[in-house]
Design a protein around this ligand. Structure first.
Ligand SMILES: Cc1cc2nc3c(=O)[nH]c(=O)nc-3n(C[C@H](O)[C@H](O)[C@H](O)COP(=O)(O)OP(=O)(O)OC[C@H]3O[C@@H](n4cnc5c(N)ncnc54)[C@H](O)[C@@H]3O)c2cc1C
Length: 375
């Protein structure tokens, strides 16, 4: 969110400074691990559609400007067994909402039964009672490359990037804001806070609205002699939970034959502090992930790699994008509840528009602090 905002402000000719306590892209926050799913048929609700659509355009603009590959349109498959409802990301019926958003907003998609999915997507195993929604416009973005591209362009356009520097506090006054960092003070007309899991350190009033949950990413080995798992052959996927299995999601093998297939589930029962996240992934955790996913996707038991990441969630899984309640010169965007990266380029643009014009093309009304219940 910070890289996108810095880039969008710089391209508007604003004298912008981006400050980060690490050197982005890095693996200490919520934006690492090679890939993020992006889709337009959003099971989280149609209020996110303008962000996702606009972000797809911005990823392509950034690719043209930098020559980097940022967005791979692999198609996306959201599927679940017909039994029971399929809750995910705060939505009680994620699959049906996905299909409903696709229908209402004319997003090309196909609703598929299990036998059709088994024929088209041999990388998976289907029990026979699943329904799926295949969206050709879905795919994956490479988060580290997206961040690097935006920061590179922002710097070329005159932005000053201050890294390895922690913001300790800020103080708004009538004419602007003073930002205290561990290497000195910065005076600015406006401040945009995109601190991810650390948001409550800088805006303590928001602590009751958010929780931090440790999440693990796993890369499992594949038997390439039986199927093709590369991004030309396989879509990104979300296996929405039902009575048979918890939710998990995954990606084609973007790092080639040796890179394995990345999958992950989500957990919301254990919270943590952003600076004290257990980064050790145990063999028991890897085994549990394999047991959950292998009945549905053809992975082998050997774990090639793992990474720990964190979700900053609100109780309803919707984002916080708003002006600070007491300081009109301060904007904040965070708590993207495990589904924010796909929207980040457009959220950065909306924040830049708010800061420079007082309005944005994407409507932010659904994301106000006031609308978020306590966590
Ligand atoms: C495992 C996992 C899987 C995900 N999968 C998907 C997906 O498939 N699709 C999708 O769309 N989204 C996904 N998400 C969500 C998405 O990645 C996040 O919503 C998004 O990347 C969060 O970006 P952010 O800028 O808010 O946070 P971050 O990337 O964590 O950035 C916050 C930044 O603020 C800096 N900072 C914090 N405090 C200070 C301070 N005091 N001073 C200076 N700097 C500070 C940090 O160093 C950091 O660089 C996933 C997230 C995780 C963890």
């Amino acid at each position: 969110m910070g890289a996108a905002t810095t880039y969008q402000l710089a391209r508007r000719g604003v004298n912008v400074i981006g400050i980060d306590r690490f050197t982005p892209p890095h693996d200490q926050g919520s934006s690492h691990g090679d890939t993020r799913i992006t889709r337009l048929a959003l099971g989280e609700g149609a209020q996110y559609l303008p962000f996702a659509r606009r972000s797809h355009e911005i990823w392509r603009e950034l690719e043209a400007a930098t020559g980097r590959t940022l967005f791979r349109q692999t198609g996306g498959l959201v599927f679940s067994s017909l039994e029971g409802r399929s809750p995910a990301h705060g939505n009680t019926d994620f699959l049906q909402t996905t299909i409903g958003v696709a229908r209402r907003h004319h997003i090309p998609h196909e609703v598929l039964d299990a036998s059709t999915m088994a024929r088209r997507f041999p990388q998976f195993r289907f029990a026979g009672d699943e329904t799926g929604c295949f969206e050709p416009s879905a795919g994956l973005v490479h988060p580290e490359a997206c961040i690097a591209a935006q920061l590179e362009l922002a710097r070329e356009m005159g932005a000053r990037l201050i890294t390895q520097t922690q913001v300790r506090r800020w103080q708004a006054d009538g004419s602007g804001v003073v930002i205290e960092t561990d290497s000195g003070r910065v005076r600015a007309d406006r401040l945009v806070i995109t601190a991810g899991a650390w948001l409550p350190d800088l805006v303590p009033e928001l602590r009751p609205l958010t929780r931090i949950c440790r999440q693990v990413l796993y890369w499992f080995d594949l038997d390439h002699s039986t199927q093709a798992f590369e991004s030309e052959d396989m879509p990104v996927f979300i296996r929405v939970p039902d009575s048979r299995a918890d939710m998990f999601y995954g990606f084609p093998a973007v790092n080639g034959k040796q890179g394995g297939l990345k999958i992950a589930t989500e957990q919301f029962s254990t919270t943590c502090e952003p600076d004290h996240v257990n980064r050790t992934v145990t063999p028991a955790e890897a085994q549990a992930m394999h047991e959950l996913a292998s009945p549905h996707v053809r992975i082998l038991p050997r774990l090639l790699r793992s990474a720990v990441c964190k979700y900053t969630i609100t109780s309803d899984f919707h984002f916080l994008i708003d002006r600070h309640p007491e300081s009109p010169n301060i904007w904040l965007a965070s708590a993207c509840s495990g589904h924010g990266f796909k929207h980040s380029a457009a959220i950065g643009e909306a924040l830049a528009q708010q800061v420079t014009q007082g309005r944005s093309d994407c409507d932010l009304c659904a994301f106000t602090i006031q609308a978020r219940p306590l966590c």
